[in-house]
Design a protein around this ligand. Structure first.
Ligand code: ATR
Length: 279
């Protein structure tokens, strides 16, 4: 680092578990960019001051994580349509003093799904489990791929109907009752778990019975702790193709890197850096 170093970071509460600094600093080094990325513990009561600090210190970029992804939007100068649709911002680009909010979670997830499991989603039948914050951005990003059918199920069914309704003017999402999932999953090419079911320490749980998926279908999970959930493991044992959540994390960071630097992200070394930090 020297007096030309361009600054980046991530804000959240909590934040010390974040793998983003390890991943992005490795990316800058690999790309020969004089940048530095740090993690900042910012609580909700100081969010506005933190964003003012970004402007004052002329940070080029910032990632935003839980619990600030929605609240941060009011401090920004512009919000990208994809982030508006997702209803949340996870990446800020400082364009000469104007702070622009993006959401790279949903598109990062879809890029990971295409790179690692299913190269083309066009014409596919997709079931999304869960209608929480993560689901919203992923639905929007999936819809951009022109699937044949996008189905959404949530334990609390009203939330699935509401979320499907929120996108009704842009694209069609079919709400599916949780009790009808067996049939929906049996006819799906891709089933995606966006719920927290199966996350450590409850790693023995699955959101649905993985044997409902047809052989050859993709079983995808946003969870990356554990790296391979029971849902994905059991589906693979039944002849499905598994896809874990780590790729979503890597590619949301890859898009952020690309928005900030204008260069292709060195995805391989970013993944290596994250994997090494687990051991
Ligand atoms: P995130 O922002 O990560 O999506 P969230 O907004 O808290 O997290 O959403 C959690 C999701 O997991 C919700 O869809 C939730 O379903 P409900 O809306 O019915 O609460 C889902 N979820 C949590 N525990 C679940 C369980 N035991 N079975 C099924 N779904 C569950």
């Amino acid at each position: 680092m020297d007096s030309y170093t361009v600054l980046y970071g991530v804000i959240g509460d909590p934040i010390r578990h974040s793998k983003s600094p390890v991943m992005l600093n490795r990316a800058f080094r690999e790309a020969g960019i004089n940048g530095a990325y740090a993690a900042f513990h910012v609580t909700p009561d100081t969010l506005g001051e933190a964003i003012a600090g970004i402007r004052a210190l002329d940070f080029r970029g910032l990632n935003v994580t839980i619990p600030h992804k929605i609240e941060v939007m009011k401090y920004l100068d512009d919000i990208h349509p994809g982030a508006k649709a997702a209803g949340a911002v996870n990446t800020i680009v400082n364009e000469g003093g104007r702070l622009i909010g993006y959401n790279t979670d949903g598109i990062g997830y879809v890029r990971s799904l295409k790179e690692e499991a299913e190269p083309s989603l066009a014409g596919r039948r997709i079931v999304v489990l869960g209608a929480g914050g993560a689901s919203r951005g992923i639905l929007w990003a999936l819809a951009q791929e022109n699937p044949a059918k996008l189905m959404l199920a949530n334990r609390t069914e009203e939330k699935a109907r509401e979320l499907a309704g929120a996108f009704a003017s842009e694209f069609e999402i079919e709400p599916v009752a949780w009790t009808d999932l067996r049939e929906a999953c049996g006819s799906a090419d891709v089933v995606i778990n966006t719920t927290s079911v199966g996350m450590s320490p409850n790693a023995d749980a699955t959101p649905i019975d993985p044997s409902w998926l047809k052989p050859g279908a993709v079983a995808s999970d946003l969870i990356y702790n554990p790296l391979k959930t029971k849902f994905v493991r059991d589906a693979e044992a039944g002849g499905c193709r598994g896809h874990g959540g780590l790729g979503m994390f890597i590619y949301q960071g890859a898009y952020a890197f690309e928005y900030w630097t204008g260069q292709a992200a060195p995805v391989g070394v970013m993944r290596e850096a994250v994997m090494a930090s687990f051991t």
